[in-house]
Design a protein around this ligand. Structure first.
Ligand code: APR
Length: 230
């Protein structure tokens, strides 16, 4: 595998999906063992489900928080965190990049560790295994600050991610099936911006444009790819 010297690039973007956390033990969404095979998103991950039964939806997310807290970041997360000048744009809501030490992570689909009130607009961070409270101070249910099926993405977050990707010269897409839009369009955006585009995924993904596809796992490929040349 040809190694990458990060100092040869002005702006590096790591674009990650559920496969980035797979070796940590966090299940992916699609494929074998995927969350959407075991759980119907219409029952747990859309606004209608929350309006029907907020407590059921919150308890589901609480279980996901517990599962994530039982997992640890792996060597691939640490390689990325070891390049503080690089940008991390993730579809993941698990906070694993941050636990490995990455800062300024752009979370396209929100976070398991944030809640918001749709009545009074309050927002709160909550990092425990169990939610501190399911209710806002105003009495309304708190909603996980996550982009569910049918939700719009946060426009400001999307704009920031697009601007960064539009001006990168190395784009590394890791562990995403490339099926969920608009994030699935980011590899093409990077390609059109003239960046060198690399994919790390044991399986072929979507129809994304990459100059190079490395068929391997994030936790072993990343340390090898960025190992200093002897
Ligand atoms: N290393 C790298 N890639 C891996 C690994 C690994 N160890 N294990 C699995 N993968 C790949 C799979 O081959 C697959 O292509 O990770 C990808 C995971 O795809 P998805 O489960 O579809 O995850 P993602 O692309 O992040 O999903 C996008 O869908 O439901 C929504 O909001 C949710 O953010 C999520 C979005």
């Amino acid at each position: 595998m040809k190694k990458i010297n990060p100092t040869a690039y002005q702006r590096i973007v790591f674009f990650t999906g559920a496969g980035m956390s797979a070796e940590s033990g966090v299940p992916t969404y699609r494929g074998a063992g995927g969350i959407w095979r075991a759980y119907d998103f219409a029952e747990y991950a859309c606004q209608e489900a929350f309006e029907r039964n907020p407590e059921k939806v919150l308890r589901f997310h609480e279980l996901r928080r517990q599962a994530v807290l039982d997992c640890q970041p792996h060597a691939g997360h640490r390689v990325i965190a070891g390049m503080p000048e690089a940008f991390v744009v993730t579809q993941n809501i698990d906070g694993m990049h941050q636990r490995a030490g990455s800062e300024g992570v752009i979370e396209l689909h929100g976070s398991l560790w944030r809640l918001r009130c749709e009545r009074c607009g309050a927002a709160r961070e909550d990092y425990g295994r169990k939610y501190e409270t399911l209710r806002c101070e105003c009495g309304h249910w708190l909603r996980p600050a996550i982009t569910w099926f049918g939700d719009m993405l946060d426009e400001a977050v999307m704009r920031k991610a697009s601007e960064i990707i539009d001006s990168c010269d190395l784009f590394i897409g890791i562990g995403t099936s490339g099926t969920v839009w608009p994030a699935a369009g980011f590899p093409e955006l990077a390609w059109q911006a003239g960046a060198h585009c690399i994919e790390i995924n044991p399986e072929p993904s979507g129809e994304a444009c990459y100059h190079q596809s490395i068929r391997g796992k994030a936790g072993s490929v990343l340390p090898e790819l960025f190992a200093a040349e002897q």
